[in-house]
Design a binder for this molecule. Structure first.
Ligand SMILES: CC(C)(CO)[C@@H](O)C(=O)NCCC(=O)O
Ligand code: NA
Length: 621
């Protein structure tokens, strides 16, 4: 064993780490004892719809920024250069589109669960499909999230891996169950600050150790780690401007537009304006996080020239290099390793708490409440708490599955988002942008989208075709790439699959090697295409039958230059008329669902004019 490990985690580090867990639990207890004391589902699951935009925006970032990205992105930059940074371009449209289209539309429907939209627009069956896909996505994802920091702590201190998983899971379950969404959002704020502090500290100290900014830049250039704009249109190329900057938009839309964890935060906002503002405010912080992780990767490169030291931590995971770097650089500074470990755990806690609460919400609102309409509020709240707790325990089991996977955790997480999140995005897009789409079309499209991306995703894992051409190390002779644990585990599967791929190699292989950054876009378009074809075959939805307020007239806006007759044909809707006053869905007295009443004109119009007029026309029928 390298003499380096397991002795630089001092008492101060442990105190900082314990402080994080204690403060998070404390926030949970505080929200259990204040406000309405978590006695209603409105408070426990929707934070009384009273949140301001600053905590909501920080919480939005925290939900999908886990230890996976904090150690995965620097590891990616370290081995493959800065191409991944172009992901930052996807944040522009990836947040503008939710802010202008998804958030206003969903907020005005006064939902509790995002998938309620699918029932309003299509049918109960489509809603259940959306809900089940979401549950699957989050359950797998939270396993990856809870495992990653425990793995890091284990590598650094030798702290029992499963002990750390258990501690994280239990603390998180505790404050989520006690304090509800308010506690989840406010712990996210606190944890997000710890995350920024940890990343910033490592970057500042790292740049100093590496000999300054210019030295880092010089070595990165020399080692060929500064990527230029890669405009190669090949969709099998792992990272190019197109896969990251365009494919990434769909990934962002599936996360920031239609994922329950995020939609729940928009819905918990005091007003629609606050919700939209919080979405905008995600942009600078997300760019900052991305920049910090990318710079961290470059600083690492300046220190080790691309060599892989992760074996010194007794692991073959490429991601461990970041942890090695942190321990190596910060060992002279007591407290800083603890701060970085706290940063990783903050990232994980803030993600799994969002997962627990959103999973409890959809299970309650989409799967249980519709069957027990007369359930009392106190019973529903108790059940929601039990659900949050059960998902916490399920999370521990999922961590074990992650343990068995060999891939880079970032790759695993982003693949899950694409494979499972993409089809759900497709359902929402089909519903919002295509008035003619019907329920059968949505169901068949959803199924087709899921099957297609699962096929490609599993195929790519088994045949390992995704091009992972590693850049060579910079300052040392090129070393053979380490045989990863992944290679060992997939070897048997590969053998099993080789017969299948041998017979028709080129076409299937090419399909399997589609860049994982295209998964979301690919599955979204599959759902829409199949959905539209099936809708036309089975009789497109009539305009009068579409629930008002569930459509965003995208096609109509885009085709506004066409004559009305042609437009009517293409969009399956009549030209707009202006008759009755705007009606907006408002909350039911018992909080069970939207009804439609004359609007008092209080809400500001974030949707373009035509949308409002469309609602007018719709409701005048
Ligand atoms: C999802 C984005 C792109 C934006 O939030 C980023 O946070 C990310 O790459 N996340 C990876 C998954 C994770 O950190 O758990
Ligand atoms: Na997080």
């Amino acid at each position: 064993m390298d003499p380096f490990d397991q002795k630089h985690f001092t008492t101060v580090d442990y105190v900082i780490f314990a402080g994080l867990l204690a403060a998070s639990a404390g926030i949970g207890v505080f929200h259990a004892l204040t406000g309405g004391r978590q006695r209603t589902t409105q408070e426990f699951l929707m934070a009384d719809r009273s949140m301001g935009c600053i905590p909501v925006s920080l919480s939005l970032i925290a939900s999908f920024q886990s230890a996976v990205a904090i150690i995965g992105v620097p590891a990616e930059i370290y081995t493959n250069g800065t191409q991944y940074w172009f992901m930052g371009f996807a944040y522009i449209l990836g947040l503008l589109i939710p802010a202008y289209i998804f958030v206003p539309l969903l907020y005005r429907l006064r939902l509790s669960s995002a998938y309620q939209y699918l029932e309003l627009r299509f049918s109960r069956a489509v809603r259940i499909c959306g809900t089940l896909t979401f549950i699957f996505q989050m359950v797998v994802y939270m396993g990856v999230c809870v495992y990653t920091p425990a793995f890091a702590l284990n590598a650094v201190t030798g702290f029992e891996l499963w002990g750390a998983v258990l501690a994280t899971g239990l603390v998180c379950t505790l404050y989520t169950t006690l304090g509800g969404l308010k506690a989840v959002i406010w712990t996210d704020v606190f944890q997000m600050l710890v995350m920024f502090a940890g990343q910033l500290a490592v970057v500042v100290v790292g740049v100093h150790q590496a000999g300054g900014v210019s030295e880092v830049w010089r070595k990165a250039l020399e080692g060929n780690r500064i990527a230029s704009l890669d405009l190669n249109p090949d969709p099998t190329e792992r990272h190019t401007f197109w896969t990251l900057g365009v494919g990434g938009i769909f990934l962002m839309l599936s996360l920031y537009g239609v994922n329950q964890a995020q939609v729940q935060r928009y819905l918990s906002s005091r007003t629609e304006k606050e919700a939209v503002r919080s979405c905008f405010m995600v942009f600078p912080s997300l760019q900052l996080t991305l920049a910090l992780s990318c710079v961290m990767g470059l600083v690492m490169f300046a220190c080790y020239c691309g060599e892989d030291h992760s074996h010194k931590l007794g692991t073959f995971k490429r991601d461990a290099m970041v942890i090695y770097f942190v321990m190596d650089m910060l060992q002279e500074l007591p407290g800083l390793p603890g701060l970085f470990i706290a940063c990783l755990f903050s990232a994980a806690l803030s993600t799994i708490s969002s997962a627990f609460n959103s999973l409890a919400t959809v299970t309650m609102e989409d799967l249980i409440k519709p069957h027990f309409p007369s359930m009392t509020e106190s019973r529903a709240t108790l059940l929601s708490k039990a659900l949050a707790m059960s998902y916490g325990i399920l999370c521990l089991a999922m961590a074990y599955l992650t343990h068995l996977m060999g891939d880079s955790v970032l790759l695993v997480a982003l693949k899950i988002f694409g494979i499972v999140g993409g089809p759900v995005l497709g359902l929402f897009c089909l519903g919002m942008f295509f008035p003619c789409a019907n329920s059968t079309g949505a169901l068949v499209g959803w199924g087709a989208g899921l099957v297609l991306t699962f096929w490609i995703g599993i195929g790519s894992i088994i045949t390992k075709t995704s091009s992972t051409s590693l850049l060579p190390s910079g300052c040392i002779p090129i070393l053979p790439v380490n045989a990863t644990a992944a290679a060992a585990t997939t070897a048997t599967l590969q053998a099993a699959f080789s017969n299948v791929t041998k017979s028709r190699p080129s076409a299937l292989k090419r399909m399997y090697s589609l860049s994982y950054m295209w998964y979301s876009a690919f599955s979204c378009f599959s759902v829409i295409t199949v959905g539209l074809i099936v809708s036309f075959l089975t009789g497109p939805m009539k305009e009068e039958d579409v629930m008002p307020g569930t459509i965003y007239p995208l096609l109509e806006n885009m085709l506004s230059f066409l004559p009305k007759r042609l437009k009517k044909k293409l969009c399956c809707m009549n030209p707009l008329g202006q008759t009755s006053p705007v009606r907006q869905p408002t909350q039911h007295k018992d909080g069970k669902g939207p009804t439609f009443a004359a609007e008092d004109g209080e809400k500001e119009g974030f949707l373009p004019e035509t949308h409002t007029t469309f609602v007018e026309r719709e409701t005048s029928v």
